[in-house]
Design a protein around this ligand. Structure first.
Ligand code: TNX
Length: 526
C-alpha cells in the first residue's frame, strides 16, 4: 500500500490513485481511497449474497450493468461473494467499499449509500475481460461521503422531446457519477410533455409541432408531426428506474410564464380575450403567460398539480416562476380589476398571487414548492420555498442570506447549453459566457462566504442544466452534456481540498474510454 501524505488530518488520509497498481480513475474523487495489492476476479461464477431491502435497488442496478457491459448474469443467493451489508455507523449516503481477493463488501446505512458504493464498484470494473474470461477488479478500500447533499441535473424535455430510452441512459450515467436528483423540465412554450387526465388537449395539441399547426408556426413546413409526450405509465416506469439508481425525479411545471403550449391547448380555460398587453420574453414569445384574473387559471393549476403530486413520490414539485417579462398583465381590464380588488400595485404581485395559490395546492398534498429565483419578486412566496438560483452566483447568495434554502445553478458555471470552446463552429449559446470543462470544474458555490457563516446551511446543493432549444438529437445531447457532467459530479461530491484539475484530467481519460465503449458521443477534449 502506497500512501501519499497530502497534508490532511489523519482521518482524511488519502492515497493518490496514481499510486495504485492499476490505474484507478474514479470520478468523483472519493474522500478516502487506499489501493491494495491484488485483484478480485469477477466472472459468471460469482454470486451476490442476499441483503437488506435497502440494497435491493443497488443490486438490481449492479446486475443490469454487469449484464449490459460484460454479458454476465450474477445470481442472488443466500451466500455469495459480493456482500451488501447494512452498517448503521455510517452516515446517510456514505459508504465503505472493500474489494478483497475473494470477496467484495459494500457497506452503507441507507439505499443511497448502497447505490454510491455500487457506482464506485462499477467504475473499478475494467472495460475488457482478461484472456481467461474474468474481469480483474483492483483491490481497494474506499471510505466515501458526499460534500453536497443535493446533486442534480435538469433536462429540458419541452423545447425538444427526449425519448424515454435517452432519459434512462442518462439516469444510468447520473448514478454512475453519484448524482441523486433529476429535475425534469416537462412544460414550456414549445411543448407540454406530461399526460394529464383532466386535460387531454395538453398532449393532443401541446406536445406536437408541424405540419400547419398553431403552436409553432415556424415548424408548419414540417411534413410530419414532430414531438411527443410521456404517458403516466412511462413516467412511473422512469421513476422506478431512477429510484433503483438512487435518483429522485423532481417534476417541473413552469408557470405563470413559459406557458404558451398550455395556452394554445386550452384557450377556453386560459386565454384572456381582452388582454392587449405588449410584452416579449427572453425567447421573444408575446403570448405565453397565464392570467391571474381567470378562474380557469386556478382550475388548471389545481388539476394539474394534483395529478403531478399524485404521480411523483418526490417531496418536492418545481413550479418554475422564471422570466415573466415587463409589460405582462398591464393592458388587461380583467387584470386591472383584479389588482384593484386585491390592493396590488405592481404587476409582479400578480405572479406572487398565482404562485402562492400553487403553493397552497402543493402544501395540501404534502409537497414542498420549488421555483426559479424570480419567485421571490413581487411580494414573493413562503420562506419554505426552495430557490434555484440561475442568473448569477450573487443572486444565490442573496436568496440564502434572505433565509431561503437554495440550489445553486449559476448559468456561468452549470449551463450545458453554453458553448464549451473558442472555435466559431462550437455548438451552443453564450449569453452567460463560454463554459469549457475546466470552468465547470472550478466552480465553488458561495465561495465568498466565510466557511463558518451559518448561511451555508441554506445551501442544499448544486445543479447543472441542459436547456434544449437547440438540442434535438442524441448526438447534440451527448455533445453538450459530456464530459462536463463529470466535472460537475466532482464539484458536487468531492471534498474541496481533494479537487485538483490536473488529477481530474488524468482520471477523466479513464472515464472517456468507458464513455466510448458505452457509445456516448461526448465532446472531444482539447
Ligand atoms: C433561461 S434558466 C431560461 C430558459 C432558457 C435558458 C437558455 C431559466 C429558469 N430560464 O428558459 O432555456 O435561459 O440558456
Amino acid at each position: 500500500v502506497t500512501t501519499v501524505d497530502l497534508g490532511l488530518s489523519h482521518t482524511e488520509r488519502y492515497t493518490t490513485p496514481l499510486a495504485a497498481p492499476k490505474a484507478i480513475n474514479l470520478i468523483p474523487q472519493p474522500a478516502q481511497l487506499i489501493a491494495l495489492d491484488g485483484i478480485f476476479s469477477l466472472s459468471a461464477d460469482c454470486v451476490i449474497a442476499q441483503a437488506a431491502p435497502e440494497a435491493a435497488g443497488a443490486i438490481r442496478w449492479l446486475q443490469a450493468e454487469l449484464e449490459q457491459q460484460c454479458d454476465i448474469q450474477l445470481p442472488l443467493q443466500r451466500t455469495g461473494h459480493i456482500h451488501y451489508q447494512l452498517n448503521s455507523q455510517l452516515a446517510a449516503s456514505s459508504y465503505h467499499l472493500l474489494v478483497e481477493q475473494q470477496e467484495i463488501w459494500l457497506q452503507a446505512s441507507d439505499a443511497a449509500g448502497f447505490v454510491h458504493a455500487t457506482a464506485s464498484l462499477l467504475q473499478l470494473l475494467p472495460l475488457t475481460a482478461e484472456p481467461q474470461g474474468h474481469y480483474a477488479i483492483p483491490m481497494v478500500d474506499i471510505n466515501d461521503h458526499p460534500h453536497h447533499g443535493y446533486r442534480g441535473m435538469m433536462i429540458d424535455c419541452a423545447r425538444h422531446f427526449h425519448p424515454l430510452s435517452r432519459l434512462k441512459t442518462f439516469i444510468d450515467h447520473l448514478a454512475r457519477y453519484k448524482f441523486n436528483t433529476f429535475h425534469w423540465h416537462l412544460t414550456d412554450d414549445e411543448g407540454w410533455r406530461i399526460e394529464i387526465d383532466a386535460y387531454p388537449e395538453l398532449t393532443e395539441i401541446g406536445a406536437w409541432r408541424g405540419p400547419n399547426e398553431a403552436l409553432q408556426p415556424q415548424y408548419s413546413h414540417l411534413s410530419e408531426r414532430y414531438g411527443g409526450y410521456y404517458s403516466k405509465a412511462e413516467i412511473k416506469e422512469l421513476i422506478a428506474y431512477a429510484a433503483d439508481r438512487g435518483i429522485t425525479i423532481i417534476p417541473e411545471i413552469d408557470m405563470p410564464g413559459h406557458c404558451r403550449a398550455a395556452l394554445k391547448s386550452l384557450p377556453r380555460l386560459l386565454q384572456d380575450p381582452d388582454d392587449q398587453s405588449q410584452y416579449s420574453g427572453a425567447q421573444h414569445y408575446t403570448d405565453n403567460i397565464l392570467s391571474p384574473a381567470l378562474t380557469g387559471t386556478y382550475q388548471f393549476i389545481t388539476n394539474v398539480l394534483t395529478e403531478v403530486a399524485a404521480l411523483f413520490p418526490a417531496p418536492y414539485v418545481h413550479i418554475g416562476g422564471d422570466e415573466v417579462p415587463d409589460g405582462a398583465w398591464t393592458e388587461s381590464p380583467a387584470c386591472q380589476a383584479f389588482m384593484a380588488k386585491h390592493g396590488y400595485r405592481e404587476p409582479m404581485e400578480l405572479q406572487s398571487h398565482i404562485l402562492r395559490f400553487a403553493n397552497e395546492v402543493l402544501r395540501a398534498k404534502g409537497k414542498r414548492m420549488m421555483g426559479w429565483e424570480e419567485v421571490i419578486k413581487g411580494g414573493g412566496v413562503d420562506s419554505q420555498t426552495v430557490i434555484y438560483s440561475w442568473l448569477s452566483e450573487q443572486a444565490g447568495l442573496q436568496s440564502a442570506q434572505a433565509g431561503f434554502d437554495v440550489i445553486m445553478q449559476p448559468a456561468q458555471f452549470t449551463y450545458f447549453d453554453l458553448v464549451q470552446g473558442y472555435s466559431p463552429e462550437e455548438m451552443g449559446v453564450d449569453w452567460a459566457g463560454k463554459l469549457p470543462l475546466d470552468k465547470v470544474y472550478s466552480y465553488r458555490p458561495l465561495a465568498e462566504l466565510d466557511p463558518q457563516d451559518p448561511v451555508h446551511q441554506h445551501l442544499l446543493g448544486i445543479q447543472g442544466a441542459l436547456w434544449c432549444e437547440r438540442v434535438d438529437t442524441q448526438q447534440r445531447f451527448d455533445h453538450m452534456i459530456y464530459p462536463r457532467l463529470l466535472a460537475l459530479a466532482e464539484v458536487c461530491w468531492s471534498q474541496p481540498q481533494l479537487r485538483q484539475w490536473d488529477d481530474f484530467s488524468a482520471r477523466l481519460h479513464g472515464q472517456l474510454h468507458y464513455l466510448d465503449q458505452a457509445g456516448v458521443q461526448y465532446r472531444r477534449c482539447d
